[in-house]
Design a protein around this ligand. Structure first.
Ligand SMILES: C[S@@+](CC[C@H](N)C(=O)[O-])C[C@H]1O[C@@H](n2cnc3c(N)ncnc32)[C@H](O)[C@@H]1O
Length: 293
């Protein structure tokens, strides 16, 4: 007989940092540990999540009504789920479709429960690094790949090793039709006061891999696709996170949302939701690139 021992879950820790209460004791302990070591981290997570929802609304209002949300996590306790944001932005138009994908069974089950009686959204339990399994899943195949699809990779790629992250984005670029977009957010390596090395160490001690990457590494995934950046400091002063949008060449164009900074160097000092959000001057991008992992 094999015993199933409790283990920590990146999805539950993330939900805890967003203010949810899915966490088990071990998850809670890790969430407290990382928050103590990197006090800026919870507000960075909240800022990324909040801005991710705003970007979905922006894309949906411009006609992107098919969403593939990879590494979708647990349904938020506060705020709307992605398909609800899409529906609100499309003002009840027919044909919207959201597919949530996560490898975490708790995230998948909780999402399914939240999606009862929601015919325009579904949840899939798949490891997104297995792109064959991802694209052969019946729910994913139900998306209409003759029309643009918006793929969300919000706070997901930093949790994948280099090879898996590069492979996933490359496969997405190969398979997505013209006009599609890949929206991703990422943690950047940074020196103090937002040092990422201790944060990475805490997660790794808990058995969870975390890989901050600099903008050069991240934008290398774009290939020939036009890439639009919000950051490197998005949502919470100089906290080292960025948001990028990769767009498949094709008809139409991407309009930068008003809440995005107007240049790569600009900082967005907007409506990050936490009162603990630090407010400091931007550090130069070079400092982030040079930051230790
Ligand atoms: C930090 S959470 C982000 C959740 C959500 N995208 C958001 O922005 O709030 C990262 C999620 O990615 C999921 N994840 C990590 N690696 C994955 C993989 N290889 N396949 C599927 N999901 C994965 C985790 O289970 C977790 O739910």
């Amino acid at each position: 007989m094999t015993l199933s021992l409790p283990h920590v879950s990146a999805a539950r820790i993330h939900a805890e940092l967003l203010g949810g209460d899915y966490a088990f004791r071990l998850d809670h302990a890790v969430a407290r540990y990382v928050s103590a070591v990197a006090p800026w981290w919870p507000s960075a997570v909240q800022g990324l999540h909040h801005n991710g929802g705003r970007l979905v609304a922006h894309l949906a209002a411009r006609g992107l009504d098919q969403i593939l949300d990879l590494g979708s996590g647990l349904p938020p306790h506060r705020g709307r789920q992605v398909h609800q944001i899409v529906d609100a932005s499309r003002r009840g138009a027919r044909g919207t479709r959201t597919v949530y994908v996560d490898r975490d069974p708790h995230a998948h089950t909780a999402r399914r429960i939240h999606l009862v009686d929601q015919p325009n959204a579904t949840s899939v339990l798949v490891d997104i690094t297995d792109t064959e399994a991802l694209f052969s899943d019946p729910a994913v195949r139900e998306l209409d790949f003759r029309r643009p699809v918006a793929v969300l990779l919000h706070d997901v790629l930093p949790w994948l090793p280099d090879g898996d992250a590069a492979h996933l984005v490359t496969e997405l670029r190969r398979r997505l039709p013209p006009g599609s977009v890949i929206s991703l957010t990422h943690l950047l390596p940074s020196p103090p006061p937002y040092a990422t090395t201790p944060l990475v160490r805490c997660y790794r001690e808990a058995g969870i891999g975390l890989w901050p990457r600099n903008l050069t590494e991240i934008t290398a995934w774009s290939g020939t696709w036009p890439t639009y950046a919000h950051g490197p400091h998005t949502g919470a002063g100089a906290v080292p996170v960025c948001a990028l949008l990769l767009r498949a060449p094709g008809p139409g164009r991407f309009t930068r949302p008003a809440f995005w900074s107007s240049s790569r160097r600009g900082a967005f000092h907007g409506t990050a939701p936490s009162p603990r959000t630090p407010r400091v001057n931007s550090v130069p991008e070079e400092a982030i690139r040079a930051g230790a992992r």
